[in-house]
Design a protein around this ligand. Structure first.
Ligand code: COI
Length: 356
């Protein structure tokens, strides 16, 4: 159990209009910070006023990108309680990322305690408007000043929070996805399964190309054969073909999404067959041509459940379900958001309350 020291701000900010939040534009009054020193471990957990960090320009994170991050949300329920969705799963995933990035692990209970402590201090920042939440961004950076390439001897674990609305400006309306066949995001043995900033830096060129062509996101193909679908920029991807629901296996090149995992559990509990076998883009295009590609949707903490209305691969443009949200996509959206916002019973035991 962390012994957290509190230094609260004397100048709280004015809150933004909760009806018009967008994504990642506003930050709360405080942040959680904890330091790591080789030989001493994690120490000095504190909540301090939100503000710029003072780092040595030689801090290793700037040069060799040794860092990890997570994303989860706090939701306000109709009873005015605040709850988190499966935060221990984010903590477990950060442990896996940190192992791969040679970053010291943060115990699950300390990660969850840090997130809960920050949300509790920032309870008035958890918005009360439909579809809004407080996005929590825990991250670790290597802050030792050193230019030789090796793991840093010191780190900072920081948690910040941002009140958010929908990730896509289109809201729950279907997004347009471009299948990327030039750049790759991941290959076996690399860092595709981790949540590290480098994965996202490497994705920007393809995202920019997709945007220029009029698409919101790109769907990545596997890095070896460029044949099998993997994931979309900020979400995992599901395909309903002739009644069966497919999503890429999380075998090292795909991010093990917590929304993805929760959707698979819900779908199976409703009796759907969910296949996590690799699925070739050619099979998806053929299914479309044969009228069997019934629904496509993305899942993610930021994106929630996002229907895909258009999928373009090479010269084929697939318009899915008449560019309308599909039945399964809608049911998943209603159930998952119902549980997250406390509007329906949490029979899966996925939520955890924050003492406010
Ligand atoms: C999330 O869904 O929480 C993400 O981290 C995706 C993206 C905003 C990087």
């Amino acid at each position: 159990m962390l012994n957290i020291k509190y230094e609260l701000t004397k100048n709280p900010k004015e809150k933004p209009d909760f009806n018009n939040l967008g994504f990642g534009k506003y930050y709360t009054d405080h942040m959680f910070v904890m330091d790591y020193t080789e030989g001493k471990g994690w120490h000095d957990a504190k909540i301090v006023p939100y503000g710029p960090l003072s780092l040595d320009p030689a801090a290793m994170v700037f040069h060799y990108a040794q860092e990890s991050f997570e994303g989860l949300k706090a939701y306000r329920t109709p009873n005015n309680e605040i709850q988190l969705f499966r935060p221990e799963k984010n903590a477990e995933r950060m442990i896996n990322t940190n192992k791969r990035m040679c970053i010291p692990e943060i115990p699950v209970e300390d990660f969850v305690q840090a997130c809960k402590a920050l949300v509790s201090v920032e309870k008035d920042w958890v918005p009360n408007v439909d579809g809004t939440s407080l996005y929590i961004r825990p991250f670790v950076i290597a802050d030792e000043a050193h230019l030789g390439v090796r793991p840093s001897l010191t780190y900072k674990f920081i948690v910040i929070a941002s009140p958010v609305g929908a990730y896509y400006s289109t809201g729950i309306n279907p997004v347009k996805i471009y299948v990327e066949d030039e750049y790759v995001r991941a290959a076996p043995g690399l860092t595709g399964f981790t949540k590290c900033g480098g994965n996202y830096a490497a994705s920007l060129a393809a995202q920019t190309k997709g945007h220029d062509l009029g698409y919101e996101q790109v769907l990545w193909l596997d890095g070896v054969e460029r044949k099998y679908v993997e994931e979309v920029g900020s979400m995992n991807c599901f395909f309903k073909i002739d009644g069966t629901i497919y999503t890429a296996p999380t075998v090292g090149t795909v991010l093990p999404g917590i929304t993805r995992m929760s959707c698979i559990e819900l779908l199976k509990s409703w009796g759907y067959t969910v296949s996590e076998e690799r699925l070739a883009i050619d099979d998806i295009i053929n299914a479309y041509k044969n009228g069997k590609l019934e629904e496509v949707f993305g899942t993610g903490t930021a994106a929630v459940i996002s229907p895909v209305g258009t999928l373009r691969y090479e010269d084929t443009v697939c318009v899915i379900n008449d560019n309308k949200i599909g039945e399964v996509t809608q049911k998943l959206y209603d159930t998952l958001t119902g549980i997250q916002w406390g509007k329906i019973a949490d029979t899966m035991n996925w939520t955890t309350k924050v003492e406010a």
